[in-house]
Ligand binder design. Structure first.
Ligand SMILES: [Zn+2]
Length: 480
């Protein structure tokens, strides 16, 4: 149902940019706003704002600490993702996407790096698309592509040779399979796009990162994206060890390399850029590519603090991602926005990120990365009805002065617990703490019982991953 209406006590059509309007009536048809009129506040205390986006995520089954991976750096943490078995792709995607919607994001980028593997990938992607339709979130779906360096940032054979023999014997079979050729990987993306691409499900190329993709694969993706116009979503410079590797491999600069092979374009979104340098940010800004920053994730898995103020100052288009690792591992988009704003707003009297900029990072910029929408997220007649509606009475229960901006309260203290409604293109996904399209608590129960039933009877692989953790620490720190 993409037609509806709403009365609100406050309308923040362009938060931090245009004046807040007290008392408003909104109406939408076929997913577009058709009316925003002044109206007397009805006393329910609702606040309407442009909807939030999660511009980088992976729609994972369970969150980091449940894997036993709490506080591990990314390089070890990635290995822990393998300790849980593949289960039903619909169940996994639907529960993850429902949690994203419930916690405020109506558009979600799914970089599909964790394949469940129980079905051919084209069918599995179809299950994710069905989950997105049922939940009602608009999804960008980047098909993971990679063909090298599965264990660390060096050839697998060299890393395996450096490991104790027992551990090597356990790991070797896992990484023995030769990767598919660039042509085969592109053909698979084409096949998935033919089956699933459409309104609400934007299929993209998803090279996992330069350290995981050969030059031939990245060049093939750059050519295909230029030919088809399909977007590209890729990690870049997430950790200090990736930075060191990039500096060794690309003396001319890793971003300059991406430019030279034609990958750096307005179609590209780069997740993280935590360790990007000013000259690299200038190139990214010039190209029109976007950066999806993931503040909670960067803290949780020890990646660092991204230079967001420098990104904005350089003119980069910056979007907010949650990466499945928001501060409380709960996918709360509002708290993630708070963390992002507080860390990067500037110190003392200097302002590096205004309130308006913070909101655009969390709202507007993600819409392109995810759904390819270039227009502003401002709520106005003709705009998409992407709405976040908050319970202002709970949020501002100690409000004393009428002239204190409502946005101050939102940025200072709003969490998913204050969400009254989330609507995307006029469809209400969440209302009063409940996801309407699916039964989220039931999905979680089913997912957890499937996972428990599918866990291997032995602890062999978990033990190997724990042992590998120590070896990877030595490898990356060049220490004994
Ligand atoms: Zn990621």
């Amino acid at each position: 149902m993409s037609t509806g209406q709403l009365r609100a006590d406050w309308l923040l059509a362009s938060p931090g940019q245009s004046p807040e309007q007290q008392g408003a009536r909104l109406a939408w048809q076929d997913g577009r706003l058709v009316e925003l009129a002044a109206a007397a506040p009805d006393g329910r205390g609702l606040i309407v704002l442009p909807g939030l986006c999660n511009a980088h995520d992976h729609a994972r089954a369970v969150r980091a600490s449940a894997l036993g991976a709490f506080d591990r750096p990314l390089e070890s943490w990635l290995m822990y993702l393998g300790v849980i078995p593949g289960v039903d792709a619909y169940l996994t995607a639907a529960s993850s996407l429902a949690r994203s919607a419930l916690r405020g994001a109506g558009r979600v980028m799914v970089h599909y790096t964790r394949i469940q593997g129980l079905l051919p990938l084209v069918e599995e992607a179809g299950q994710v698309a069905r989950a997105a339709r049922d939940v009602g979130v608009q999804v960008g779906f980047a098909v993971a592509m990679r063909d090298r360096q599965n264990i660390a940032y060096a050839d697998d054979a060299a890393v395996l040779a450096s490991l104790p023999p027992g551990l090597r014997a356990q790991l070797e079979p896992r990484f023995a399979k030769a990767p598919a050729s660039p042509a085969m990987q592109l053909a698979l993306v084409d096949e998935i796009a033919a089956a699933c691409h459409g309104p609400g499900f934007n299929v993209q190329y998803g090279p996992t990162g330069v350290q995981w993709c050969s030059d031939a694969l990245l060049r093939a993706i750059a050519r295909a994206s230029a030919d088809t116009g399909q977007q590209v979503h890729m990690h870049l410079l997430e950790t200090r060890y990736q930075r060191e590797w990039a500096d060794r491999e690309f003396p001319q600069g890793i971003v300059a390399y991406l430019r030279d092979i034609g990958l750096l374009s307005p179609r590209l979104t780069l997740a993280h850029c935590t360790w990007a340098r000013p000259e690299e940010l200038a190139l990214i800004a010039e190209s029109g590519a976007r950066i999806a920053v993931n503040t909670g994730s960067n803290l949780g898995i020890r990646s660092g603090i991204a230079p967001v103020a420098q990104m904005l100052a350089a003119g980069c288009r910056v979007a907010m991602g949650l990466d499945g690792l928001a501060l409380d591992e709960d996918d709360d988009a509002l708290r993630e926005l708070r963390l992002l704003h507080h860390l990067h707003k500037g110190w003392g009297y200097e302002t590096a990120m205004s309130h308006a900029q913070a909101w655009r990072v969390a709202s507007e910029q993600g819409r392109h990365a995810i759904s390819g929408i270039e227009t502003e997220a401002t709520l106005a007649p003709g705009a998409r009805a992407d709405l976040l509606v908050l319970d202002g009475r709970a949020l501002m229960d100690d409000r004393l002065f009428e002239d204190v901006p409502v946005l101050d309260f939102v940025l200072a203290r709003a969490t998913a617990g204050h969400i009254h409604q989330v609507a995307v293109e006029g469809r209400t996904l969440v209302h009063q703490g409940r996801v309407l399209g699916v039964d989220y608590p039931a999905l979680m129960r089913e997912l957890m019982s499937s996972l428990r039933a599918a866990l291997p009877g032995d602890e062999v692989w978990r033990a190997a991953v724990r042992a590998l953790n120590g070896e990877l620490a030595k490898h990356h720190t060049h220490c004994c």
